[in-house]
Design a protein around this ligand. Sequence first.
Ligand code: APR
Length: 243
Amino acid sequence: MGSICEAVAELILRQQPCVALTGAGISAESGIPTFRSKGGLWEKFDPTVYASIDVFRQDPSKYWSIRGEFIRNYDAYQPNSGHRALAELERMGLLRHVITQNIDGLHRKAGSQNVTEIHGSLREILCTGCGREYQAPHIPEGMPPRCACGGVLKPNTVLFGESLPPHALETAWRESGASGVMLVIGTSAMVQPAASLPFIAREHGAAVVEVNIEKAFSNADYFLEGRAGTVLPELVSEVRKKS
Ligand code: APR
């Protein structure tokens, strides 16, 4: 992989700005299950039942049964070397933005500043009754947890059937269209509108680099095969050598 890694390092230095689009794969090495790769969450739980807004309105305990543990242990989950490599690239002034589909907050924990969480985050939990905001892990007991006003709490994440936060989507489109290089990391590229972002980048002349344990994105210009926690630190050290 050395030569491809070197070529991508050159590209990052030569074709700025660079942005990253990340998916569950970058958090796999932090012990957070992905959705569709083996052992993924959707193998065990049907997302149309456990992660749909229509079902949440009828029976919020379904969603809470798959997300409550993460929220109550929020501080225990730590970024891995893949997240830290992207934060380092940003500190070097060579990664302008991270667009993430992940709701685990690990890019921010790793120190990345310019992060757009297009599917929201489990960090903020809102009362569906009075709108009061709670911060993970500080939520009342109970299943589903309820606000002091009696309203059911809902994490500030995008469930199937909900639209994405407009500001986040606008930023993701803008950053993708303005990029010279897009790193597409740990995503099966199956869920819209995130899956369209690499195409928007390409349409505007960007080079697309996939980092994944198996090829998921059809027409990347470069494919860096391997785990994000291994590949990204190698890539950043190549960039450092050449800069
Ligand atoms: N390093 C790099 N890639 C990895 C690793 C790893 N250690 N482990 C798994 N992968 C790859 C898998 O090969 C797969 O392509 O990460 C990808 C994970 O795909 P999904 O589980 O589908 O996750 P994601 O693409 O983020 O899903 C998108 O779907 O259900 C919705 O809202 C949910 O944000 C999620 C969206």
